[in-house]
Design a protein around this ligand. Structure first.
Ligand code: FAQ
Length: 333
């Protein structure tokens, strides 16, 4: 279990924290000063950040799989180059995020082990299959669209390394969203078969995209704490509503129909209202029983095992370099 850097007692339980330190911490957060890794922070704040940032990193890494599925089958060289770059960006986002979490005292190896052991979560959305090329458009438009809506406020997160990592990530995600929407525009204005593919992708990705924002506010476990600590700036339901309001007109512009007979606009408030989300499906996917959970974890575990020699070689190389540098220093003395 991870304990490095924690204020723990002999029993392994977190020690009671100094109320004066807690109060100073909250004043700093309320003043919008960033909390940096060497600053004092409440144990629960550190744990929450490790949980959220590592889940976020795992999502980026597992999120490479559904799109990676189409790299060899992209319909043109231009589409293939774009998709390759997008998947590589996601690997980069995973790395920035693992690095941000490491500043809190946990190692990347431990985080990856937690993922492989099934102890750490990743976003529910990546447990759905990519059945046609249109799914690549729908992922960019809807999944990256939802990711940006959730992540722009994280650029103002109280924890400095996470906030700074999010700035670059959001710029890249915005580009991904446009790239995905452009695929949807091309398909929706193409042949009847292409338009049908775009509609089918929207039918399958709409509801899971709404679930990305997490449980409803009344079911959310962490929102109250994370909003007080200014990690989250908006609740799950508020962000979901912003996404719905931004996305429904985009879908109508494509000439597509949302798979929700209850979807309607409130003329007074201007908000779009959806039917009820199927939370039993969300819970099933989180419990490991979504359409692709097993496939995703199998691919991740195999990639990790296949990559063992690269990690060993990198360590051996680093050891040799250190030995050579030490020998050179001795010779110079
Ligand atoms: N999937 O109390 P809350 C992307 C869990 S990146 C799985 O509301 P919180 C880029 C939650 O962890 C997508 N689990 O939790 C891309 C908690 O469980 P725990 C990822 C979920 O943390 C695009 C429990 O339910 N983005 O897409 C989900 O306050 C295209 C109770 O929930 C981030 O990670 C879910 N959807 O709010 C890549 C953003 N929702 O930990 C490739 C950062 C909730 O107690 C291709 N994260 N849970 O065991 C966040 O903003 C928050 O963590 C939320 C959840 C909003 C996800």
């Amino acid at each position: 279990m991870y304990t490095q850097g924690l204020n723990v007692t002999d029993t392994g339980k977190p020690a009671a924290e100094d109320p004066a330190k807690l109060a100073r911490f909250q004043v700093k957060v309320d003043a919008e000063d960033k909390i940096e890794p060497n600053d004092w922070m409440p144990e629960a704040y550190r744990r929450t950040l490790v949980r959220q940032i590592s889940q976020h990193a795992h999502s980026e890494i597992i999120g490479m799989q559904p799109e990676g599925n189409w790299i060899t089958r992209a319909p043109s060289l231009r589409r293939k180059a774009g998709l390759l770059a997008k998947v590589q960006d996601e690997a980069g986002h995973g790395l920035y995020l693992y690095a941000a979490a490491e500043t809190l005292g946990i190692s990347r190896e431990d985080m990856v082990e937690q993922l492989i052991a099934g102890k750490a979560k990743y976003s529910s959305i990546f447990n759905y299959p990519t059945l046609s090329w249109a799914d690549i458009g729908a992922i960019g438009w809807l999944v990256d669209g939802a990711a940006i809506m959730n992540q722009i406020p994280l650029c103002r997160c109280s924890f400095g390394p996470y906030a700074r990592a999010m700035i670059r990530i959001c710029k890249e995600e915005s580009f991904h969203q446009r790239q995905g929407y452009e695929i949807m525009v091309t398909l929706s204005t193409g042949t009847p078969q292409q338009k049908a593919m775009a509609q089918d992708a929207l039918n399958r990705w709409w509801w899971p995209s709404l679930m990305m924002f997490g449980p409803s506010d009344k079911e959310s476990l962490h929102t109250a704490d994370t909003m007080q600590w200014k990690i989250k700036r908006f609740s799950n339901d508020d962000l979901r509503q912003k996404f719905i309001d931004a996305t429904v007109p985009q879908g109508h512009h494509l000439g597509l129909t949302f798979p929700d007979p209850e979807l309607k606009r409130d003329e007074t408030t201007g908000h779009w209202h959806t039917g009820e989300i199927d939370w039993s499906e969300f819970k099933r996917v989180l419990a490991g029983d979504g359409p692709c959970n097993r496939q995703r974890m199998k691919a991740k575990t195999e990639a990790h095992e296949d990559g063992a020699w690269v990690r060993e070689a990198a360590l051996a190389h680093a050891r040799k370099r250190a030995e050579r540098a030490a020998a050179a220093r001795m010779a110079a003395e």
